[in-house]
Design a protein around this ligand. Structure first.
Ligand code: HOZ
Length: 437
């Protein structure tokens, strides 16, 4: 996509991007970063602290990406930095059990209602792949149900109707996924419980699990309609299907115990990532003891990893989760206040110009769509004006505000975002909207 030249000096990012493309496919290690749908040059980041991030050209932005979710306490939080520094001096990996792993597992079991036992892995993708395998092994069934526009990482059987990068770049069904994998993935419409019922009825006794982002964050942010999660719970109970909540984005973000705590619907298994590692590569899957004890070495379903439960990552995760445990009564009301004020300010700015939009948030994540309709699923998300979003994104960037470089991603913030950031964001947004109107 072509964009007007930026008013910012991005010369070093431009040079880096050009150089990176010679040795890295597309110049990036994860496609969502490539600015492909908004155009222009991805920012190469030099440093970040609190709510702000500075690129290699020295431009500083208020950050609403937060590393795509992990930065609930802002960048380089001293408690995380100290924990990682201390651990690094005692080695970065042992490939043997450590006491800190028990500490992190106990915190997760304590905070997340559905989790009685938890296994650490290295990313959200690993968590969802492992959870689906476990559900299949446990039930002895092959098929999974996922939702159009939900994204569960890049495991083969999840790259069917996938949100996030695949949706942004127009390849929701990735080549390279075998026919067999594709046949075992049944695709349902988000927020459409009758559609799920029909799929399950048509595949009686074949469905191992239903996996869902209980608040979708990979087609923008799309909350569940009333009754949707409850309906999934009821269908899974009736058909002995394992209900998996992918709370990689929402875990410890929309409430200490994620969507399941906030909406009171408890899945059988939960996938976690992002905040759980405090910005280091950590994922986890957990759930009912009976299911989790089906994993090797207690049970027959195999899953392993040299760097799983890595001490550096566990120290960072422990620092973040124990802070959440200690301070949750202050943290989450503070995040809610910010969310309410941000949403109201954004809506006032949009209303003042008479723009069509749909804005939503759940806890400390949200999305703005330029559209005339409420967004409830992928079809309605895709009706949004993505060219307008691209113009908005660049206008904001020039004002020093960094939102996700795609209409089909959520925005995130944390406790480092305070009154000054709010004020600056809303003023910048007002100027940016005037430019693109
Ligand atoms: N999975 C992330 C978006 N939902 C993208 C991660 C990245 O590109 O860094």
């Amino acid at each position: 996509m072509e964009v007007a030249p930026s008013k910012l000096d991005l010369s070093r990012s431009e040079r880096d991007y050009e150089q990176a493309q010679h040795s890295i496919p597309g110049g990036v290690n994860s496609p969502a970063r490539a600015f492909k749908s908004v155009g222009g040059t991805p920012l190469f980041i030099d440093t970040a602290e609190g709510a702000t991030m500075t690129d290699v050209d020295g431009n500083t932005y208020i950050d609403y990406v937060g590393s795509w979710g992990p930065m609930i306490f802002g960048h380089a939080h001293p408690e995380v930095v100290n924990a990682v520094q201390e651990q690094a001096e005692s080695s970065t990996s042992f490939g043997a059990p450590t006491e800190i792993e028990i500490g992190v597992a106990e915190l997760v079991c304590d905070l997340v209602p559905s989790v009685e036992k938890v296994r650490m892995v290295n990313s959200g993708t690993e968590a969802t792949m492992s959870a689906a395998r476990l559900a299949r092994g446990y039930t002895g069934r092959d098929k999974i149900i996922k939702f159009d526009g939900n994204y569960h990482g890049h495991g083969d059987f999840f790259l069917i109707g996938a949100g996030s990068g695949p949706l942004t770049h127009g390849h929701p069904d990735s080549p390279g996924v075998t026919r067999g994998n594709a046949e075992d993935t049944l695709l349902a419409r988000y927020n459409d419980i009758e559609h799920v019922r029909k799929l399950v009825d048509a595949h009686q006794g074949e469905v191992a699990c239903i996996i869902v982002e209980p608040v979708a964050g990979n087609m923008g942010c799309v909350p569940p309609e009333p009754g949707f999660l409850e309906g999934l719970r009821e269908i899974c109970n009736a058909h002995d299907i394992v209900l998996i909540f992918d709370e990689v984005m929402t875990g410890f973000r929309v409430a200490p115990g994620g969507v399941q705590e906030r909406f009171g619907v408890i899945p059988d298994m939960t996938c976690l990532g992002k905040i759980i590692g405090g910005g280091l590569p950590v994922g986890a899957y957990g759930g009912k003891q009976e299911i989790m004890d089906y994993v090797s070495p207690v049970g027959p379903v195999y899953q392993a990893g040299t760097l799983s439960g890595n001490p550096l990552a566990m120290r960072a995760g422990h620092a973040v989760l124990s802070k959440i445990q200690r301070e949750k009564d202050e943290i989450y009301p503070q995040l809610e206040d910010y969310s309410e004020a941000l949403e109201k300010g954004i809506q006032d700015n949009l209303d003042a110009l008479g723009l069509d939009y749909y804005h939503t948030h759940v806890g400390a994540m949200g999305a703005l769509f330029f559209t005339e309709e409420k967004v409830v699923d992928q079809d309605t998300a895709k009706k949004a004006d993505t060219d307008k979003y691209a113009a908005y994104f660049h206008a904001l960037l020039e004002e020093g505000i960094y939102f996700a470089p795609s209409q089909f991603e959520a925005f995130f913030y944390g406790t480092a975002h305070g009154e000054a950031e709010l004020d600056e964001t809303l003023k910048a947004q007002r100027r940016a909207l005037k430019k693109i109107h």
